[in-house]
Design a protein around this ligand. Structure first.
Ligand SMILES: Cc1ncc(C[n+]2csc(CCOP(=O)(O)OP(=O)(O)O)c2C)c(N)n1
Ligand SMILES: [Mg+2]
Length: 325
């Protein structure tokens, strides 16, 4: 589906560009720190998928809830969580969003309406549906924006959740980020159908697919769907076709993809595409882009410093925030 109905000002468009570039530089820094052994555990980068987080950031209302899987850095940044505490979570420090105990996959920031960061594939879809139930119960006019990958979309609990969401007309926007792969397995090898926008049809949840490499398209798709949900239409689904440039996680060299395929998506890079739009429409010039680069560089340096200087959590914290009988 192609949509062109943007309501963004030129300043918004420039800040959207800045935000996507910031996510990319944040992820590159995370990759560097991981390589130096300063980030432990798993780490899944969002590079290539920035337009999805950015579209959500500009389309959502402050009160909307966001929940996703473990590829979560870009999405928590879209909730305006302090990036220093996100990086400190990655480096396992006390100033991290989960006191350094969750790491990359388990970032949480409820005060900014980000509900994680989940490692069990598909589990966040049921929790996200519960967030929709809570929103309806409290009549707070919020929407639960529940994201999953193409791999997660084949999990059984997704369909139990779809059924309840439609049955109870819950305010949930399901977003399937189809990046073509679940770990090293391509969609073609794991899914009986390679389109996901129609996965809600049996439950009468309408859906459509959009190009996830274009910020405006993603933004408009989400904005229009959120409007419908807030007007009482019940759950909606968007398949966003996107691509991750890197491997599944830091330990995956991604040798299962052809160079041509990766190059094809890189030629549609969301950040470069928006930059071209800005230049072609005289919204900003190269001087502004240089200033943005400089600003982001400084910000990333400050984030890195903070995330390495913050202390490690005290050992006593090992026994807190856990279930025990
Ligand atoms: C229930 C469950 N099964 C299997 C795994 C192992 N696993 C981790 S990530 C992943 C692939 C998920 O792919 P997708 O949903 O497309 O998300 P993406 O990594 O592409 O963002 C799998 C199978 C898991 N974490 N949880
Ligand atoms: Mg995937």
């Amino acid at each position: 589906m192609s949509i062109q109905n943007t309501k963004l000002s030129n300043d918004d468009i420039i800040s959207a560009y800045e935000f996507m570039l910031f996510i990319r530089r944040f992820e590159e820094k995370a990759s560097e720190l991981y390589g130096q052994g300063k980030i432990g555990g798993f780490c899944h980068l969002y590079i290539g998928q920035e337009a999805v987080a950015c579209g959500i950031k500009y389309a959502k209302s402050a009160n909307d809830k966001i929940i996703t899987a473990y590829r979560d850095h870009g999405l928590i940044l879209a909730c305006d969580c302090d990036p220093k505490s996100v990086m400190a979570e990655l480096t396992g420090r006390i100033d991290g969003t989960s006191l350094g105990k969750g790491g990359s996959m388990h970032i949480f920031d409820i005060k900014n309406n980000f509900y994680g960061g989940h490692g069990i594939v598909g589990a966040q879809v049921s929790i996200g549906t519960g967030l929709g139930f809570a929103a309806k119960y409290k009549s707070d006019n919020s929407v639960s924006i529940t994201l999953m990958g193409d791999g997660a979309a084949n999990q059984g609990q997704v369909y139990e959740s779809f059924n309840m969401a439609k049955l109870w007309n819950l305010p949930v926007l399901y977003i399937i980020e189809n990046n073509g792969y679940a770990m090293g397995t391509s969609v073609k090898r794991s899914s009986s159908t390679t389109s996901f926008f129609n996965r809600g049809i049996s439950f009468e949840i309408p859906g459509f697919a959009v190009d996830g490499m274009d910020f405006f398209t993603v933004y408009d798709a989400i904005r229009i769907s959120l409007d419908k949900i807030r007007n009482g239409s019940g759950p909606q689904l968007i398949e966003i076709i996107t691509y991750r440039y890197r491997g599944h996680s830091m330990s995956d060299p991604a040798k299962y993809r052809t160079k041509d395929e990766v190059e094809h998506f890189k030629s549609k890079d969301p950040i470069q595409t928006l930059k071209k739009h800005i230049l072609n429409n005289n919204i900003a010039n190269e001087i502004i882009f240089k200033e943005i680069d400089k600003k982001i560089k400084q910000k990333i340096n400050d984030i890195e410093k903070f995330s390495l200087e913050s202390p490690l959590p005290n050992e006593n914290l090992l026994y807190e925030h856990i279930y025990s009988n």
